[in-house]
Design a binder for this molecule. Structure first.
Ligand SMILES: Cc1ncc(COP(=O)(O)O)c(C=O)c1O
Ligand SMILES: N[C@@H](CCCC[NH3+])C(=O)O
Length: 419
């Protein structure tokens, strides 16, 4: 899965000029490539084609409606973590029977709406949540199809803030409590335990932790079946990591072969919940240099995107490639830049001492690999409106979410009449 490539400011595999989009929507903006989204989805689905497996796209990575629709048209299911995401999945055309509802703190109201919609599965993460679901389902007179998310205590070898499968993490049911929890589930009305779910972290670039987690789950499956539970589904959580800089994620074919080697003879329907790997390298953030400030100690490129638009560098020290949109002059030497946004925090820094071709005021730059956990994690800090999201398809582009005006933002707030 390659990073979107540029020639003369033109997206490779698509033929829309970034200058033209920038002129129409203003900067900064997110831009997603239909061709890349489709290629990434097809690669994932294709790798698992011979197995009884389904891809439920993790909407948390990018829940833009046009992105969801693109995957829905290819037959994807959805993995959602809030009723808001469930409504997005449905609005984007993912049928309820292909939606899995994950998350550590689903409210009763969310459970009710999910059951009323008739979704495929709820992944439950604690006994109190199980009891609440039992009450809600019984009150509706339905049986909730449940997978318990098990915490296998496996180190995902990824950033601590996105590691979820160690015993000290808030996620899932402790592996050693699992049999007891399934026993409890069997005694409750409105609950049908149909599966086991696991997800140990994101941006994983090694197969070993996946394998360790899946082997634990497979062993648990045997125990649960011995205990008399009719488990037919395994939800294997999020997908592979991607290349931001020089990471070399495993081949999808190797990942699929590993999954088959562990689960192939278990007679289970497999669910995969990839997010980042489907959208990360299908999107960029385009920004304009406001000023180049040459200090005594550092050279800063101050751009009009900021940490509120793309928080990954300040939150996880994450690396994003940065490329000028225009072809640099031939033979121009690279110079080190600190690429920063206009927000009033020193953490509003995208790159430190990054070697880049010479930049000038007004230049467009693209932040690469920004399709996942970019727009969805944006905020309006410093009263900066959420930025537009644009979908490119061949030589067409469409603004999926326009930039609100500050006046619209202000109109959404009320000053009480006693002030
Ligand atoms: C339960 C669950 N499923 C799927 C995902 C998507 O993961 P990724 O974007 O790494 O594929 C996540 C996020 O880490 C998650 O928490
Ligand atoms: N937000 C994280 C990923 C979190 C995955 C959600 N479970 C990132 O940008 O890398």
């Amino acid at each position: 899965m390659s990073v979107l490539a540029y020639r003369d400011g033109i997206l490779h595999a698509e033929s829309v000029s970034l200058d033209a989009v920038a002129r129409e929507v203003g900067t900064p903006f997110y831009l997603y490539s239909t061709a890349a989204l489709e290629a990434h989805y097809s690669a994932y689905a294709g790798a698992f084609a011979g197995q009884d497996a389904g891809v439920c796209y993790a909407l948390k990575a990018n829940s833009n409606l046009a992105v969801v629709r693109t995957f829905a048209r290819l037959g994807a299911g959805g993995d959602v973590v809030s009723v808001g995401e469930m409504k997005r999945a449905l609005a984007g055309g993912i049928p309820a029977e292909r939606i899995v509802f994950s998350g550590v703190g689903k409210t009763r109201d969310e459970m009710r709406q999910a059951l009323e919609a008739g979704i495929h599965q709820l992944n439950v993460e604690s006994i109190p949540e199980l009891e609440a679901l039992s009450e809600v389902a019984a009150s509706l007179g339905v049986e909730a199809p449940v997978a318990f998310r098990v915490n296998p205590d496996v180190d995902a070898k990824t950033h601590a803030k996105i590691s979820t499968g160690k015993k000290e993490n808030k996620f899932g049911i402790d592996h050693d409590q699992a049999r007891e929890v399934y026993r409890r589930a069997a005694s409750l009305p409105g609950i049908k335990a149909v599966g086991i779910a696991v997800h140990i972290g994101s941006q994983m670039t090694d197969l070993a932790p996946f394998r360790a987690a899946y082997e634990r789950v497979a062993a648990l499956l045997h125990q649960l079946r011995e205990d008399g539970h009719d488990i037919q589904r395994l939800d294997l959580g999020g997908g592979l990591g991607i290349t931001y800089k020089s990471e070399a994620p495993p081949d999808l074919a190797d990942y699929a072969a590993m999954v088959r080697s562990i689960t192939g003879n278990l007679g289970c329907r497999i669910t995969l919940e990839p997010g980042r790997s489907l959208v990360g390298n299908a999107g960029i953030l385009v920004s304009r240099v406001i000023y180049v400030k040459q200090g005594l100690h550092r050279r800063f490129a101050i751009v009009d995107a900021a940490m509120n638009d793309l928080i990954r560098p300040s939150l996880y020290e994450a690396y994003h490639g940065i490329v000028p949109v225009a072809e640099p002059a031939k033979g121009a030497a690279l110079k080190p830049y600190d690429v920063v946004g206009p927000v009033c925090e020193s953490g509003d820094t995208f790159a430190v001492q990054r070697p880049l071709p010479p930049l000038a005021d007004e230049d467009l730059v693209a932040f690469l690999s920004a399709g996942a956990y970019g727009a969805v994690m944006a905020s309006t800090y410093n009263t900066r409106p959420l930025i537009p999201e644009v979908l490119v398809n061949g030589d067409r582009f469409a603004v999926i979410r326009p930039r609100p005006t500050v006046e619209e933002m202000l109109a959404a707030e009320r000053i009480p009449d006693w002030l």
